[in-house]
Design a protein. Structure first.
Lengths: 545, 312
């Protein structure tokens, strides 16, 4: 079972170092509570007993909407112990997306905090399938059965489930939906632990390191790796609005040596530190994940970190995490030059366990792996990954599975849907989504290649490349959102600079049309991935009108 | 004469009768003759109708024996007096029925599973603890068989009837307690026909003498008749500690609340616990399928140990 990895890891740690702090979590009014590994293991017993009494049985799917913290870790572990399948959905998705996701997975149990249950009732999440609404923490009983009450007051330990050898997936995690409708990636035995191990290997953090994560998956991974995780006092539904002052305060207060965060949070944090001339003294490692880290953000962030700190940008997807990692020396040196030359964004060297290969772009499903699928070295194609942390299927979606997976003997190869290429040094370059490439009469233009160029122009805040017209004769249109203070002449200068850069790059010379956009549509989660389909509709209307 | 009722929803069973010196008893005996027997004992003011969903779910694989208590359901109205002796007599009546079935109807002497609810908890478990050799498994639903926990407060509706003879008489006159249970005992809406079925044996005033007497016989404090019996019962439960036990509990029960549940969990720490957070006192009316499935699963899992107990 995938979740068993988390369970066993924490149980092992609780045996070795029971008094080590697993998590510091906010309890309101600026106070934090330290939870030891021993307490975390007790949490498994606590919730396993309550869940069993509530009727959670092996193989049952249980949607989990609990913010990161000891409760989330404990409920995950308890579900695994009972042999149930945790279903993780990002509640920050659009309500309609959550509803359709729940309608597909058909979870019978819904475990959440009061707020999640209110949303469930109001928005009709899981209506008709959820028959076990279970409440974590306090709240009125009509929202769900309070697990606290189900456990009773007697100190009886929960059942020791044996769920080995079952066919059900260990865990179902929905993709964030920033690249299309959310899809349920099902994790096999070992998937999750492999991901944790790779993340640990990548970050190189010894057990006992204090770490802070604004990314929920890393919070769980941290507990499995023996780190002391600080749960930041923030709204995990809107990570983009996390208060940098609070984060900086937490980092200094707990001597946080490692920070896991998405680029948008890091950007806010670095802006705050620059403004208040604060140095994040204890930090040794910063790991950015969720979206690609812009060199500009990296520069600003390094300015507020001590000299010996490392900054790592990690590339991956819900289906396979992490795939590759890029250090800040590369990011700010060579990689930036490549971006200026229209190569896209460098995402670094694949991690040793991952087998990353580039295949020719194809629209339909590919059943069997074949070496004739590979592109010539250095050419752009679709990025595929096979490794121990790669999910092998979408839960209950054979069609999507067929479109995204290739069978290669015993291994499953995952097609990322991202276009990319390898350079001579074996670094992977991300060039944009395959489905969002612009197909002009003179060849294909990949979005990230053009956007990475334009993003280096002073005055350009962010931009998105879309095509208008029928595929094959599309007109590439660059939609630019400028920095807010920019006016008339400066704006025009930004455009002419951008276009001049484009003309200097052969494969981007076809871009001649620029539109100003007041605020580009972006994903809610990371507040940085451009919503290209929506932008294309906008651009088409603008051009026609 | 036994009470007669017409056709009832979800009650497609054959009524059987068993007479002894104290009157005629109604009972159901469904399922294969050679299957493991399950004895389901109802509470007050329900009757064998309460177990209908469970019987339908179990009768393919288990022999379901469901008697109506003396003075209740379709049994004759010659009820025992509400004294300690009367209480004992009720437990003996169960033994009489079981003996009758083993002698006349090929029921096994051992390997019985006993299911209790409400008032049948004290009575049924008294019988079970005194005939522990017969018992293979125990299933306990919303009941009590030990002194009320410290600080337990009786539900106001019950307290009224319990404390005041006048209230008891009014309740008796208008069948208020039975009517109240069909409203307060469930969290879902009870269909009209089902409510009518629950009340059917108690339509005539003379048919419902036992109901209020049962309520008034609830021992609440030291000195109450039956208080000592509850203490004894609590001690006797230790005799049942080696029996596989399932605790099914509707958590929206104002009388058998979390405190009582807690008492069960402490007294039967080996019990498998299944809680129904949204079910009321009549949990089989609120969540019939879940309870049935859980009981089936429990019976299947414990089949081996039950067979062992039956053989030894």
């Amino acid at each position: 079972m995938a979740g068993a990895d988390l369970l066993h890891a924490v149980e092992g740690l609780a045996g070795d170092r029971p008094e080590a702090v697993a998590q510091y979590h906010p309890v309101g009014r600026g106070r934090y509570e330290a939870v030891t590994y021993h307490r975390l293991r007790e949490g498994f017993d606590y919730y396993a007993a309550a869940l069993a009494r509530a009727g959670v049985v092996p193989g049952m799917r249980a949607c989990l909407m609990v913010p990161p913290g000891p409760d989330l870790t404990a409920v995950m572990g308890a579900l695994t112990r009972l042999g149930a399948v945790p279903v993780l959905i990002d509640p920050g998705l659009a309500p309609a997306a959550v509803r359709s996701a729940l309608a597909e997975t058909r979870p019978q149990a819904f475990i959440g905090v009061a707020k999640a249950h209110v949303a469930r009732l109001l928005l009709g999440w899981g209506r008709g399938t959820v028959r076990l609404p279970l409440l974590v923490g306090a709240g009125p009983a009509f929202l769900g059965a309070p697990l606290r009450r189900l456990r009773g007051t007697t100190g009886i330990s929960g059942p020791s489930g044996n769920a080995e050898g079952r066919e059900a997936p260990g865990l179902v995690a929905f993709t964030s939906g920033s690249t299309g409708p959310p899809k349920p990636a099902s994790y096999n035995p070992g998937n999750l632990m492999a991901q944790f191990r790779m993340a640990g290997h990548m970050a190189g953090l010894p057990p006992g390191t204090v770490a802070l994560s604004t990314l929920p998956p890393f919070s769980l991974a941290g507990s499995a790796m023996g780190l002391s995780m600080v749960v930041p006092d923030m709204n995990f539904l809107r990570p983009a609005s996390a208060d940098p002052a609070v984060l900086a305060g937490e980092i200094c207060r707990f001597d946080v040596a490692a920070v896991f965060a998405s680029p948008v949070v890091l950007e806010r944090l670095s802006a705050y530190c620059a403004q208040h001339s604060r140095l994040l003294k204890p930090v040794r490692t910063v790991l950015s994940g969720g979206a690609s880290l812009a060199p500009r953000t990296a520069e600003k962030l390094l300015a507020c970190l001590p000299a010996q700190a490392r900054l790592l940008s990690c590339y991956g997807a819900t289906e396979s995490m992490p795939i590759s990692v890029l250090g800040h020396h590369d990011l700010l040196g060579d990689a930036r030059c490549g971006s200026r030359r229209g190569w896209g964004s460098c995402v670094g060297v694949p991690l040793p366990d991952n087998n990353v290969r580039i295949i020719r772009i194809a629209n339909g499903p590919i059943a069997e792996w074949d070496y004739s699928l590979l592109v010539a070295p250095g050419e752009i194609g679709e990025i595929t990954v096979a490794g121990p942390g790669t999910s092998s299927a979408y839960d209950g979606q054979p069609q999507n599975t067929a479109l995204a997976k290739i069978r290669d003997g015993k291994q499953i190869v995952h097609r990322m849907g991202d276009a990319g290429r390898f350079d001579e040094q074996g670094r992977l370059w991300f060039c944009g989504r395959v489905s969002q490439r612009v197909r002009t009469a003179h060849g294909e233009v990949f979005t990230e290649q053009a956007e990475a160029v334009a993003n280096t122009v002073p005055g350009v805040r962010r931009c998105g490349l879309v095509g208008t017209g029928p595929a094959g004769t599309q007109l590439p249109v660059l939609c630019v959102e400028t920095e807010r203070r920019l006016r008339g002449a400066q704006r025009r200068k930004a455009v002419t600079d951008t276009l001049a850069l484009m003309q200097g790059i052969p494969h981007l010379a076809g871009i001649k049309q620029v539109l100003f956009h007041p605020g580009l549509p972006v994903d809610i989660r990371h507040n940085s991935k451009i919503n290209h389909p929506a932008l294309a509709v906008w651009a088409a209307r603008k051009i026609r009108g | 004469m036994p009470t007669r009722v017409g056709k009832l929803p979800d009650y497609p069973f054959t009524s059987r009768w068993f007479s002894d010196s104290a009157g005629t008893r109604h009972y159901l005996d469904e399922g294969p003759r050679d299957a493991p027997p399950v004895l389901m004992l109802h509470g007050n003011p329900t009757w064998s109708y309460f177990w209908r969903h469970l019987v339908i779910g179990l009768r393919e694989r288990y022999r379901c024996v469901v008697p109506d208590m003396a003075g209740m359901g379709l049994s004759s109205r010659t009820a025992e007096p509400f004294t300690v002796g009367g209480f004992q007599a009720r437990a003996d009546r169960i033994e009489a029925l079981v003996t009758h079935l083993t002698v006349k109807h090929q029921a096994p002497e051992r390997g019985w599973t006993v299911v209790v609810h409400d008032w049948s908890g004290p009575v049924g478990l008294r019988w079970a603890s005194w005939h522990a050799e017969r018992i293979a498994r125990i299933i306990v639903c919303n009941t009590v068989a030990f002194p009320w926990p410290e600080g337990h407060r009786l539900y106001w509706g019950l307290k009224f009837i319990h404390a005041s003879a006048l209230a008891a008489w009014i309740s008796y006159r208008h069948n208020l307690f039975a009517l109240g249970i069909t409203h307060q005992g469930v969290t879902s809406r009870m269909p009209r026909q089902v409510r009518a079925a629950y009340l059917a044996p108690y339509r005539r005033r003379s048919d419902r003498r036992a109901i209020e007497k049962f309520v008034r016989a609830i021992p609440r404090k030291a000195g109450d008749m039956g208080w000592e019996t509850l203490h004894e019962l609590g001690r006797d439960l230790t005799a049942l500690r080696n029996k596989p036990t399932l605790l099914c509990w509707g958590m929206q029960d104002p009388v058998f609340n979390d405190q009582v549940l807690d008492g069960w969990m402490r007294r039967l720490p080996h019990a498998q616990v299944r809680l129904f957070p949204h079910a009321g006192h009549l949990l089989l009316d609120d969540v019939p399928h879940q309870v049935t499935n859980d009981v089936l699963a429990f019976l299947a899992v414990t089949a081996a140990s039950a067979a062992g107990a039956g053989a030894s």
